[in-house]
Design a protein around this ligand. Structure first.
Ligand SMILES: NC(=O)c1ccc[n+]([C@@H]2O[C@H](COP(=O)([O-])OP(=O)(O)OC[C@H]3O[C@@H](n4cnc5c(N)ncnc54)[C@H](OP(=O)(O)O)[C@@H]3O)[C@@H](O)[C@H]2O)c1
Length: 249
């Protein structure tokens, strides 16, 4: 695997330290930089910490971060930035949740909405306020493009997050800070463990290559991963509701 040096130094912050996709991005961008790993279980950071040091990170620091604790978001970012400015932030925390359970258990539905929407909005707002230059990576999904009966709770959070990201990207237009919004399809990894891969499935390293590539170009970008998903997305919008209603997943 090639490790691309980033065009800048400064601290890299990974929110959701054990995320498969987030880890792959961090490994690609960490050479010669300090990395801060933020997540709810620092006991489980060993694996990614070793990979980052092997890939050339100068230092790896761990911070406790619970996404549902919205009032702590700003202090987490402030603590991450104590040794110098954060110039890359990867917002990779999230849960798929259990749709069936969420249909009966409003606390679970609200938990998905909190982690995958409210906490994203809160953290992205802090990051856009604190970071002066560099890039923020955010994760939308094909699931948010058109909500499906099979996972509309998660899908609705991604729809909201995607809309937020489009507006934030416009706000950042022309500034030295950019927002890379990823719209992956099915990614084979811990979030989808045990599920049968959908057509056009990708792996976390494929997602990371695509978003790191987008971050090297000028300005904010929204990208489908894989690229062919854009055509599928267009078709999805044209499917009449009586048929769409029965899409199994
Ligand atoms: N995998 C896919 O098919 C897919 C497709 C499209 C979009 N995405 C999106 O891409 C992003 C990254 O996904 P991934 O596949 O890398 O997921 P992942 O490997 O399951 O990682 C999710 C991360 O979120 C953290 N997290 C969950 N709840 C948290 C909380 N309350 N507070 C703090 N951290 C929390 C997890 O920490 P713990 O280790 O503590 O659980 C883990 O580090 C997500 O936004 C996801 O929705 C994924």
């Amino acid at each position: 695997m090639s490790h691309h040096a980033s065009s800048h130094n400064g601290t890299l912050l990974l929110l959701g330290a054990t995320s498969d996709i987030g880890g792959e991005i961090a490994v690609r961008m960490c050479a010669g930089r300090e990395v801060v790993l933020a997540g709810r279980n620092p006991d489980r950071f060993g694996n990614i910490e070793k990979r980052l040091l092997d890939a050339g990170a100068t230092d790896v620091r761990a911070l406790a971060f619970e996404a549902t604790d919205l009032a702590t978001h700003r202090s987490v970012v402030e603590k991450a930035g104590i040794n110098g400015p954060i110039t890359t932030a990867i917002v990779a925390f999230g849960i798929l949740g259990d749709q069936e359970r969420a249909e009966r258990d409003e606390a679970h539905a609200a938990e998905i909405a909190t982690i995958d929407y409210a906490a994203q909005v809160s953290m992205l707002t802090v990051l856009a306020d604190v970071l002066e230059a560099g890039e923020i990576f955010a994760f939308s999904s094909i699931a948010g493009w058109r909500a499906r009966r099979a996972n509309y709770v998660y899908g609705s959070t991604k729809a909201g997050l995607d809309a937020f990201c489009q507006g934030l990207a416009d706000r950042l237009h022309g500034s030295p800070l950019k927002l890379i919004t990823a719209r992956p399809g099915f990614v084979i990894g811990s979030m989808t463990e045990g599920m049968k891969p959908a057509p056009l499935s990708v792996t976390p390293d494929h997602v990371a290559d695509a978003v790191v590539g987008a971050a090297r170009k000028k300005g904010s970008r929204t990208i489908w991963i894989p690229r062919q998903l854009q055509l599928l997305a267009w078709i999805m919008r044209c499917v009449p509701r009586p048929i769409w209603r029965h899409i199994p997943r």
